[in-house]
Design a binder for this molecule. Structure first.
Ligand SMILES: [Zn+2]
Length: 379
């Protein structure tokens, strides 16, 4: 029995979205699900108690960052990431690949792996499939990710083809190096950019390796939204129906709903927490920038339809004041609300799937949020 399994509950007759349960060694969660990101083994400004209180069931942490600070040996010494950060629910870690490709300087990619200078002190480091597995085995998350190359958008077909082939060879090495398949599920990552033929090749290679779950990578990297939806439409049907599907790095409310409609089960993104610290809120009536002067004497909650403890107890005027003064409590309140908003959105999506009305729900939600307006902001 693999460490991570997927139980299918039902498919929405109207949209084709699926409702399921992912089982892991640290408990189960319903899907579709959004995973808050705790880059450095903390979801910035939120305690694990806050996260439980808002209904978070699984969080994500970053291998690259924890490898650099404090070091995977220190986390292992604490008994793994769950004990280190006091979170006893499921954790997913990425492979470190995305940060190596996006944050570091002087990358040199070879068949063996990637040599780079880290973004903290410029020290020369090397990440390979084997190293990414060693670090994640030490960190001890329930779900870990294969080490892949994340090509930029747009990338030439020939470059992308060579990259997809290397990522498949790396995936095989990851499986061989993974030392804890009894209590950690390793997911493969389908790449291939916008090219249908390459997505097909990537999915075929990885499915033949029989991972317990699959991610779709290389999206939300600057491509237009219709391309992302198109890629999902031809990629998700290539993945096994009895395993979880995870769309990496996507967290705008419209993309979560549209991803679920295209058969995605799991999402993560720093977007809700990052914009919260800047004073930008997701609300049922659309995007709200709390720094705006018009909220100075606005004594209503952030979102009049939200039942989170922030909206039940604090006003826009007060939160605007805190954010304008860089008060930590301001960051905490906005972060809490934004995460709650996305977790609640996914709960509503799951309910709409149960009732076979996800396309209707999408229409209602998009209309109220303002996504249907011309020039609507992406979140
Ligand atoms: Zn709220």
């Amino acid at each position: 029995m693999p460490a991570v399994t997927y139980e299918h509950i039902k498919t929405c007759k109207q949209s084709g979205a699926r409702l399921g349960i992912v089982h892991t060694p640290h408990g189960s969660f319903e899907t579709p699900m959004f995973m808050p990101v705790g880059t450095l083994a903390t979801v910035k400004t939120m305690s694990p108690e806050d996260l439980k209180d808002m209904g978070a069931k699984i969080i994500l942490s970053n291998t690259y960052h924890l490898w650099l600070r404090p070091g995977h040996d220190i986390v292992k010494g604490a008994g793994g990431l769950h004990k280190f950060m006091n979170w006893d629910r499921p954790i997913l870690t990425d492979s470190g690949g995305f940060q190596v490709f996006s944050l570091s300087d002087m990358r040199k990619i070879t068949e063996e792996g990637v040599e780079f200078k880290n973004h903290l002190n410029g020290e020369r480091m090397f990440l390979s499939p084997e190293k990414a597995m060693e670090i994640q085995n030490d960190l001890g998350p329930d779900i870990m990710m294969a080490f892949d190359e994340c090509p930029p958008y747009p990338a030439e077909y020939d470059y992308m083809k060579a990259s997809v082939e290397r990522t498949s060879r790396w995936a095989e090495r990851c499986l061989k190096a993974h030392a804890r398949s009894n209590d950690q599920g390793l997911f493969g990552i389908v790449q291939g950019g916008e090219y249908e033929e390459l997505r097909k090749q990537s999915a075929k290679d990885l499915v033949s390796l029989d991972f317990p779950g699959y991610a779709i990578g290389g999206l939300s990297v600057g491509e237009p939204k219709d391309i992302m939806n198109e890629v999902l439409e031809f990629t998700t049907p290539l993945l096994p129906a009895n395993k979880p599907r995870y769309l990496m790095g996507v967290g705008s409310p419209d993309s979560l709903v549209d991803g679920a409609i295209r058969g995605i089960d799991m999402f993560d993104c720093v977007l809700p927490t990052r914009i919260a610290r800047n004073g930008t809120l997701m609300t049922s009536a659309g995007r709200l920038v709390i720094r705006n002067a018009k909220f100075a004497r606005d004594y209503r909650p952030l979102d009049e339809k939200c039942d989170c403890h922030v909206c039940e107890n604090y006003t826009r005027a007060y939160i605007r004041h805190l954010i304008k003064c860089n008060e930590t409590l301001g960051f905490r309140l906005t972060t809490y609300h934004n995460l709650y908003f996305l977790l609640k959105l996914m709960e509503n999506v799951r309910q709409a799937i149960r009732e076979d009305r996800l396309l209707d729900y999408r229409e209602e939600f998009f209309e109220e949020y303002g996504f249907n307006k011309p020039n609507a902001k992406n979140f």
